[in-house]
Design a protein around this ligand. Structure first.
Ligand SMILES: [Cu+2]
Length: 67
């Protein structure tokens, strides 16, 4: 069953941030798609059996923090 989890990442300001967050999240097990909206600072992650803590860790790994 597909899951979708949305995070707010206020530290994202430009396309570099968007690329960094997208790249890290894409490497997490089960992730099929990542959509970043820089205006709202929201990151929508979709995939199978998503692990919230692993996704949050990936955001931190990219240099940001999920609010
Ligand atoms: Cu940036």
């Amino acid at each position: 069953m597909a899951d979708t989890i949305t995070y707010r990442v206020p530290g994202m300001t430009c396309n570099h941030c968007k690329a960094a967050v997208t790249e890290e999240l894409s490497g997490v097990s089960g992730v099929e798609s990542v959509a970043v909206d820089l205006d709202t600072k929201l990151v929508e992650v979709s995939g199978e059996t998503l692990d919230d803590s692993a996704l949050r860790a990936a955001i931190v790994q990219a240099g940001y923090e999920a609010a």
